[in-house]
Design a protein around this ligand. Structure first.
Ligand SMILES: [Zn+2]
Ligand SMILES: [Zn+2]
Length: 244
């Protein structure tokens, strides 16, 4: 199996270490067909990219598309869940102007309300400390992701299961219905093999990405490919996969 694109990368605009152009050049040197710059959504307290920078990134990406026509360059967001009703930190403007919207759970996010603070931070903390809370946390986290898939046109859920517990069966069933990709994140190693095997029972498609925070990490997909191969996932079900 070969992976021909990297659909999840970060840059200096958040806490990455390279420019957008350096990411593009790295992808080109690897012979990739497509690269997506998917910066952290506004709602992340430390990594979130500010509103004015989204305009700059759009301009930069549009210029690079002209400079490097041999590779497809997408500008996207890795949005955060900010409320348990499935709200994301994307503005209507971003929904219109970005090429892709990915979303995933992250800590360090400004949530919508005190109620969301308890349901997200407190419940997930309790779930880590006291096993009895894990089911409730899983249920609440899962419901928010399901609602987000109804509220927004989401392209991919990033590293499902890496940060908070989720019910992968429910997520995969809904993702199949809504044509949302599930990521096999080579850096976080999620989906892990166990969850991938469960998700594969549904008609959902997958994508293997680096989540690179440095240009030199683009295309580092070995751990993701290993998970897919060990689960027996065919390249045909991987959005950026091909036969080699
Ligand atoms: Zn992430
Ligand atoms: Zn990321």
């Amino acid at each position: 199996m070969k992976i021909n694109s990297d659909l999840h990368t970060h840059t200096l605009y958040s806490h990455g270490k390279s420019t957008i152009e350096e990411n593009v050049l790295s992808a080109l040197s690897l012979g990739l067909k497509k690269i997506a710059i998917t910066e952290h959504g506004l709602g992340h307290i430390t990594y979130g990219v500010k509103k004015e920078d989204w305009v700059k990134m759009r301009q930069e990406v549009d210029q690079l598309k002209i400079k490097y026509p041999q590779i497809k360059i997408l500008l996207g967001v890795e949005a955060n869940i900010t409320g348990m009703k499935g709200t994301l930190d994307v503005t209507p403007d971003q929904e219109k102007n970005l090429d892709i919207i990915n979303c995933g759970y992250h800590y360090g996010v400004r949530v919508d309300s005190i109620h969301d603070f308890f349901s997200f931070y407190l419940l997930n903390l309790l779930a880590k400390l006291i096993p009895a809370f894990k089911n409730k946390a899983r249920e609440v986290n899962t419901r928010a992701l399901l609602l987000a898939m109804d509220r927004y046109k989401i392209n991919m859920i990033t590293h499902p299961g890496a940060k908070v517990p989720i019910d992968i069966d429910k997520i995969a069933r809904k993702a199949a219905e809504k044509k949302v990709l599930l990521e096999i994140n080579a850096h976080h190693k999620h989906l892990n093999e166990e969850d991938l095997l469960k998700a594969m029972k549904y008609e959902v498609r997958f994508s293997i990405n680096s989540d690179a925070h440095h240009a030199s990490h683009i295309g580092r997909l070995e751990e993701g490919i290993k998970i897919a191969e060990e689960a027996g996932l065919s390249y045909e079900r991987i959005e950026n996969g091909e036969d080699d």
